[in-house]
Design a protein. Sequence first.
Length: 378
Amino acid sequence: MTHVPQPPSPDPGAVSPPAEMERRFTAAVVDRALTWAVGVAAAFAVWRLLEPDGAGIVVLTFVAVVVLVGLVLAVLVGTVGLTPGKAATGLRVVRRTTGGPIGIGAALLRTVVLGIAGLPTAGLGLATLAWTAAMDPSGQRRGLHDRIGDAVVVDVRPREVEMVAEVERPQQIVNLTAMRLLPSPVEEHPAPDPTPTPTSTPLPTPAPVPTPAPAPTPAPVVTPTPAAGPVASPAPAAPAPAPRPPLEQTRVRPAPGSEPAAASTPEPVRWRVEFDTGERFVVEGLALVGRRPEPRPGEPVRHVVPLRSSDMSLSKTHAQFQVAADGALVVMDRGSTNGSYVIRKGMSRSLSPGRPSTLLAGDEVRFGDRTMRVERES
C-alpha cells in the first residue's frame, strides 16, 4: 500500500494562544530570582575566600555572574524559546510568523532591553514594557521588547477537553440456521368437505314388451305379460375422502441472486505510527517510547523508540502503545513526569497514568515535546 505523506504538525506559535500577563510576570520573577540566587552564591563564595577586604571584587563577581546567567538564558530563548521560568509556567517564545525560534541575535538584543528596563528606576522601565504589552492592538500582548525578532510569548499548555465517546451502530445479523429450517412452500390442497354430497340413484329402464310373431293359425289369445315395475336399488355408499398428503418439510432453496452473503473473515487491521522525528513503522506488538526506554522484567516488547528531547520534558520510559485483541490501538502513560496527551480534531485530553486509552485514525499523541501521528491501514 502506498503511504500518503501527511502534512507536518503545526508549530506552537500557529495554534497556541498568547500568554496571559500574570503568567509572563510569574515566569520573569522565577528567572530573575534564579539569576540573582546564582550571583549571590558566587559572590558569597568569593567573599569567604578573600575575606572582607575584597568587597569590590565581591560586587564585581555578583554582576559578572548575573550577566553570564543572562547570556545563557538568552541563548536558550533564541534556540528553543524556553527559560526555567517559562518552562515552569508552560510558556514559550516563538517567532510570530513561523512559530519557530527567534534566533540567538534577536534573543540577546531582547535580553539587553529587558536588562535596561530592569535597572533601579522604581520599576518604571518594566512597567512601561508591561503597559505596551497590555495595550497591543493586535491582541497578542506583544511589548516593545517582543517586537525584536518578531517574537511572541505563547501558552503551550495542552488544553483539557472532554472526549465524546463514539457510539457504534449495531450490525444486522442474518440467522442462516433459522433460514435453513423453514418449510418449503407447497401447493395448498382444498380440504375435503366433511359432509358427503348426496348422489342420485339411477332408476332402471323398464323392459320392453315383446311383440308376438304372426301365425297362420288364428292367433291365440296372448295374455300380455305385465311390465316389470321400477325396482329401487340400494344407494351406494359415499366414497371416503382421500387422505390429505402430509406436508413435506424441506429446506428452502433461495432463488438465484437472493442467497445471503456468506460471512467473510474480516481482514486484519494494521496501525502505522509516525513521529515528528521522521521515524515511522507498523505496530506489530508492544512499543515503548521515551528518552531511553527499558522494558520491565519479562515484558514482551516488540518496538523500542528512543526519542530526543530538547527541553528534557520526555521521561526515560514515557509511555507505551500496542494493538489490542479486538484490533484497536491503545496507548498508556507509564507515570511520566510531564504526562501524555491525545490530540483529536484540534482538542487535547490528558492520559491518566496506568490507564489505557483507545486511539482513532488521525489522532496525535504528545509525549513531552514529541508528537506521534496514528494512521490505520486495512
